[in-house]
Write a protein that binds this ligand. Structure first.
Ligand code: FO1
Length: 315
């Protein structure tokens, strides 16, 4: 089977290791979120694309979730010596090589798609990894300033610099209306036997991908072949910050709320045993087939079992 997977960061990385274990790398096209991308010290950082690459290459830090194993942060610490404020986003010494390579190639006129494939190839990752767009789309989080006004933050400023403490007014995918899907995405969706929505944040990881004009419609056209895995188990995210941003998007923090976020595209939805009680409510309310299984991915075997269940939901 040929599968297109929509991916954010950590949850997607874990799940994709399982998926490639089941169907093989060559059958998978991963469309990665670039709304979190940030220009830092003149370097182009693509956290979600890098998470997918590092997880699939097996060089990830399983505990931290993002970044590389055996990483050191000496350069960032040296930067803090001069200016603590400049060092709020920790770039690891190994990770820096990825950003240096990407930035240099982009400056030389290569597209983000081309650079992303070259980085994946550098780690001998065999899936086709594609950014959602070669055009710049940036997730902005507009928050209350506490004095009746608003502050417009880059997603990473909201999450990493300010610790996701601010009250969110709205989330905006800046640039999305004018962005084009990266080359090959629409064709890959068209050719796919299945589209899988990884267990990623529905609002800030999958949301930006579906906000690129054309991608959502192409996927919605294959609805019976679209299956998602809930990133929310027992009312809490397995990783990340879905509980902070889902309410801001009017969604309940539950396997039901996450399914509702993808209502326009889903044919089937996989939830955890802990949420079995929600199955019929989701089936009726969202109009999808629901599968129930152990969805916490403690290791690759658990991720493969989950991927197997997801694929078996498709007709
Ligand atoms: N997350 C943090 O909590 N603190 C950091 O300093 C940080 C640095 C960082 C550098 C490169 C990278 O690829 C990811 C990084 N992340 C960091 C993770 C990132 O902020 C988010 O987890 C993702 O954007 C969400 O998918």
């Amino acid at each position: 089977v040929k599968v297109v997977a929509l991916a954010g960061g950590i949850g997607a990385g874990k799940f994709l290791r399982g998926l490639v274990g089941v169907i093989g790398e060559r059958n998978v096209t991963v469309v990665g979120n670039t709304g979190d991308d940030i220009e830092m010290h003149g370097l182009h950082v693509s956290p979600d694309l890098d998470s997918v690459t590092y997880w699939l290459a097996g060089v990830m830090d399983r505990e931290r979730g993002w970044g590389r194993r055996d990483e050191t942060f000496r350069a960032t610490r040296e930067l803090a010596r001069f200016d603590v404020d400049a060092a709020w986003f920790s770039l690891g010494d190994l990770d820096l090589a990825t950003h240096l390579f990407r930035t240099r190639a982009l400056a030389a006129g290569q597209s983000l798609s081309d650079v992303t494939s070259r980085i994946a190839a550098g780690f001998a990752v065999g899936v086709r990894l594609v950014p959602m767009s070669d055009d710049r789309v940036t997730t902005r989080v507009v928050v209350e300033d506490g004095e009746g006004g608003e502050v417009d933050l880059h997603f990473q400023e909201y999450w990493v610099r300010r610790g996701a403490h601010d009250r969110i007014v709205r989330i905006v995918f800046d640039g999305a209306p004018d962005a084009r899907p990266a080359p090959g995405i629409l064709q890959a969706v068209d050719d796919a036997d299945a589209v899988v929505v990884c267990p990623s944040n529905p609002v800030v990881s999958i949301g930006p991908i579906l906000a690129v004009p054309g991608i959502g419609d192409a996927i919605a056209a294959k609805r019976p072949a679209v299956v998602g895995v809930s990133p929310i188990v027992a009312g809490a995210p397995l990783a990340g910050m879905a509980d902070r941003v889902m309410p801001a998007a009017g969604l309940e923090v539950s396997a039901l709320g996450a399914a509702e976020a993808h209502r326009a595209i889903l044919g089937a939805w996989v939830i955890d045993e802990a949420d079995r009680d929600l199955a019929s409510k989701i089936e009726e309310g969202v109009g999808v087939r629901v599968g129930v299984t152990e969805s916490v991915m403690h290791d690759d075997a658990a991720a493969a079992a989950l991927a197997h269940v997801a694929l078996s939901m498709l007709e």
